[in-house]
Design a protein around this ligand. Sequence first.
Ligand code: DX5
Ligand code: ZN
Length: 216
Amino acid sequence: MALVAPSILSADFGNLAAEVRDVLDKGADWIHVDVMDGHFVPNITIGPPVVAAVRRHAPDAFLDVHLMIENPDHYVKSFRDAGASLITVHAEATVHLHRSVQVTKSTGAQVGVSLNPHTPESVLDYVLDELDLVLVMSVNPGFGGQSLIEAVFPKIERLRREIDRRGLKTLIEVDGGVKPYNADRFTAAGAHVLVAGSGVYKAEDRAAAIQALKEA
Ligand code: DX5
Ligand code: ZN
């Protein structure tokens, strides 16, 4: 069974509290919050005030905050204070990844590192033991509704082998182009957590989509 983390990027932002409660009521495990700054990625979405609003309306939700922003060290405390449960920074967005991981952990949040499609998992060799999660991007970040990049599967497999070899509890989360019809490819490769934006929020039947992802 996989954990399912619907991405609110594909939700109706004008009705966000209801959209978050809807997927939680329909079985979502986490809420994936895509934060974009218009510099690290060519899109701008939301910041700490919206995370705080989601936290107010979903006090028990696990908020999986994906920071697609430059210089994440400067913002992780604001996102933790807003209610983030887990904060993921991009390996490509910081000069000193080990320090960014330490700074994020110091907020009390769980910590993840995300890898863009071109970034080899070896980037994590010297921080992997510190991580609660690795977020493997299966699309180039910035938008929902994109098609998955096939090259991601061997990366997931190698990462899962390394995590298992080291005996770590680090979760592998995949993000981008994940749908009920392809989710089993990601879990077979070793993913634990499936992010799905359009695959859930644009589905005819959201509960069925979430259930299908869980069973992958
Ligand atoms: C893309 C985001 C993803 C995106 C997933 O930059 O990080 O979380 O919302 O959307 P889908 O599942 O539609 O590809
Ligand atoms: Zn994301």
